[in-house]
Design a protein around this ligand. Structure first.
Ligand code: FRU
Length: 532
């Protein structure tokens, strides 16, 4: 912990840290000794997973076994723009969901097609018969995407297939009778997410079929029967549904179990392009039905979004996580511009792993997400402060105290006025990334329009990413994760989440908080993250 003086919270001095008459609320450019030149230095995240080389999109086949988390991902290892005829499952492992080690790609495309998104399950009872009596089989369920068929205009280019591993996910063998689920005549028919439905003793597969959700069941992961369809006339339909995920979850603080269905959608997100929506309901082994309260909620809100930023897509959860925790990871990009972002060696990164909780208030369900607690184990340095007040502007951090290219900022604001509270990250180039809360019109926002490179795609440049709040706030709690080129905001303990990426040309070295209202920071904590 460092002293108030070292923290240099403002250019106006005073023991009470009250800033009464600072002249301007604008942000001045900073000087720094850091010289960064390569894209590795400036853009490669410090603690979010990125492949060393090549393209990555969706996380796939997430599971935990024997102390290790496995992350597979859509990957073309040989080039950093996607080749949809040659998609692999890349592979990385971690002991704690934060520090990842990349392994060689796990499943490669073949003559039946590219390996599109899917899931993996730990088949503890060897229902598949793939087990050898010694090792627990892990079974991956993925979509074959046949490019020749697609090019020939055939409707059945996508089918579902399986592969298994008998060495804890290291090496994989494709099943000889693939596909296990043929295409029934639906063009977009993909992204199987499988789970063990213990009550009915069956495997259930959720699948995206155009802009609907289909469910199938199986006893052995090889023979599948159709169960039901969900999704007509509910939720967002501005694009095709992709990467679904159905799972049971207890309502926080109760023993009551509900089922949550996450459905990613592209385009049609709240701020354009790709995003993830969710539904709350019940699953009886055949049908998913929305909960009555959630149905009412959707009449008002139309769509419930998991993350209201531009850059969290294809979020799905891990199988077999200890203590029944529900942990998700997303791809931190957007199909609107993903293949044009200005990195060349690699393209694509994951979000921080997040734990989900289902909260029920009187008239509302919220699926809240927060960074997994393991991130805290990597704090190398902290700044803590209480009771900071100011009128127009307060400097929360500068690089001589904390490295803002790898930091978690936690801050609670109280006595909010009907004003805008803007966090501003700035660098020596005068680039600015701003975000915060407009409490007069009640929304959260991110503005990356002046944050650096943004002309690589028309769709990347847009003035404001917005998340509407249902009312004015008296207090606001922010947890903000910064990792070179990404911003993840967890507002009010994950009640609203926003994730955006940006491409500044030198590191942001200063974080200010500005407002035309009175600033009253109850608690400030900045933790620097070091995973090396
Ligand atoms: C989602 C998605 C999936 C598909 C994969 C292809 O981002 O389009 O539907 O399986 O990416 O890479």
């Amino acid at each position: 912990m460092i002293s108030k003086k070292q923290l240099q919270l403002a250019f106006c001095s005073g023991i009470l840290m009250i800033i009464a008459s600072c002249k301007t609320a604008s942000v001045t450019a900073q000087t720094t000794n850091v010289t960064v030149t390569t894209e590795e230095q400036i853009y490669r995240p410090n603690f979010h997973f990125t492949p060393k080389k090549g393209w990555m999109n969706d996380p796939n086949g997430l599971f935990y076994l024997n102390g290790t988390y496995h992350l597979f991902f859509q990957h073309t290892p040989f080039q950093s723009i996607p080749d949809f005829s040659k998609m692999h499952w890349g592979h990385a492992i971690s002991k704690d969901l934060i520090k990842w080690e990349e392994l060689t790609p796990a499943i490669a495309y073949d003559e039946k097609g590219a390996i599109f998104s899917g899931s993996a399950v730990v088949d503890k009872d060897n229902t598949s018969g793939f087990g050898d009596g010694t090792n627990v089989p892990v079974v991956a369920i993925f979509t074959y995407h046949n490019m020749q068929k697609e090019k020939a205009g055939e409707i059945d280019a996508q089918s579902q297939a399986i592969a298994y591993s008998l060495d804890n996910g290291k090496t994989w063998t494709k099943y000889s009778n693939n596909p296990v689920l043929k295409n029934p005549g639906i063009k977009d028919f993909r992204d199987p997410k499988v789970f063990w439905d213990a009550k009915r003793e069956q495997w259930v597969m959720g699948l995206a079929a155009q802009d609907r959700q289909h469910f199938y069941a199986s006893k052995n992961l090889k023979d599948w029967v159709f169960l039901s369809e969900f999704g007509k006339d509910v939720g967002g339909h501005g694009g095709v549904w992709e990467c679904p995920d159905l799972f049971p979850i207890k309502i926080e603080g109760t023993e009551e179990e509900k089922w949550v269905l996450i459905v990613n959608i592209n385009p049609g997100g709240p701020n354009g392009g790709s995003a993830a929506q969710y539904f709350v309901g019940d699953f009886d082994g055949k049908n998913f039905k929305m909960d009555a309260l959630f149905t009412q909620q959707l009449q008002k809100e139309k769509v419930a979004w998991l993350d209201l930023g531009r850059d969290n897509y294809a979020s799905v959860s891990f199988d077999n996580v200890p203590d029944n925790k529900r942990v998700i990871i997303g791809w931190m990009s957007n199909w609107d511009y993903a293949s044009q972002v200005p990195t060349n060696q690699w393209r694509g990164t994951t979000t921080i792993a997040r734990e989900l909780k289902l909260i029920k208030n009187e008239d509302h369900y919220s699926l809240v997400s927060e960074p997994v607690h393991q991130l805290e184990n990597y704090t190398s340095k902290s700044v803590k402060e209480k009771g900071i007040t100011a009128n127009e502007k307060v400097t929360l951090a500068e690089n001589n105290e904390i490295d803002l290219t790898k930091a978690v900022v936690e801050l609670s604001l109280k006595d909010l006025e009907l004003a805008t509270y803007t966090f501003a990250l700035s660098n020596k180039e005068g680039e600015l990334l701003t975000f915060g809360i407009n409490n007069a019109e009640h929304y959260l926002f991110i503005d990356r329009s002046k944050s650096g490179k943004n002309n690589f795609s028309d769709k990347f440049y847009q003035p404001l990413t917005k998340a509407i709040l249902d009312k004015k706030q008296k207090e606001a709690v922010f947890k903000i994760i910064l990792d070179k080129t990404s911003l993840e905001i967890f507002f009010n303990n994950g009640e609203k989440v926003m994730t955006d990426i940006f491409f500044n040309s030198s590191p942001f070295t200063r974080l200010d908080l500005l407002s035309e209202g009175k600033i009253n920071v109850q608690n400030l904590e900045i933790n620097q993250i070091n995973i090396n």
